[in-house]
Design a protein around this ligand. Structure first.
Ligand code: ZN
Length: 186
């Protein structure tokens, strides 16, 4: 694999890395830990709450999240709606959500200036490995549950522009085209 973590940067739509289905990480090595640490730095620099490996050009099933306690969000409610600092999720799997979906306006570090309404289940459970290769299971609701589902989509090559409500999709159409044009001229 041999990835130089220090050289990773956030890629923007329509970079093809964002459309690949990412592969499971066969072994949690030091390299995986270094990549995760770099992704946490990039996420914080960009003031995001989540970042998935395809967003730094890596086809790995890994994402990081740091949802701050704020505006009624807390890491200690049951289920939590925020994290207590940054968390790394390796080879994550989401449970089948319970019934119901809710709208919420989402943005994405790979789609600058684009925000739109996405419907998702309000609560979910995740199982993943940490950077020491230990398996853990967490449940979440609120913004944390939303963040997990958004980042999981990235691991399957799915973006918010695929999931947006019809009205949001219309509103951001010109911005999406601008990104596609910028890429053409690169
Ligand atoms: Zn995103």
């Amino acid at each position: 694999m041999a990835v130089d973590a220090s050289r990773l940067t956030i890629v923007h739509y329509p970079d093809p890395a964002l459309r690949r289905v990412a592969r499971p990480i066969p072994e949690v090595t030091d390299e995986v830990g270094e990549v995760a640490a770099r992704m946490i730095d990039l996420m914080h620099e960009a003031e995001g709450i989540g970042l998935a490996a395809p967003q730094v050009g890596l086809s790995w099933r890994l994402f990081v999240a740091d949802v701050p306690a704020d505006e009624g969000r807390s890491p200690t409610t049951d289920p939590p709606t925020a994290t207590d600092g940054a968390i790394v999720y390796i080879n994550p799997v989401l449970s089948e959500p319970r019934d119901g979906i809710e709208p919420y306006e989402e943005g994405c570090l790979s789609l600058p200036d684009i925000r739109g309404e996405v419907f998702r289940p309000p609560a979910i459970t995740i199982t993943a490995l940490d950077v020491h290769g230990r398996r853990f299971t967490h449940s979440a609701s609120g913004l944390l549950a939303r963040c997990w589902q958004h980042e999981m989509d990235h691991l399957d090559g799915v973006l918010i522009i695929d999931r947006m409500s019809q009205s949001s999709r219309m509103k951001v159409r010109a911005l999406v085209r601008d990104l596609e044009r910028q890429a053409d001229h690169r």
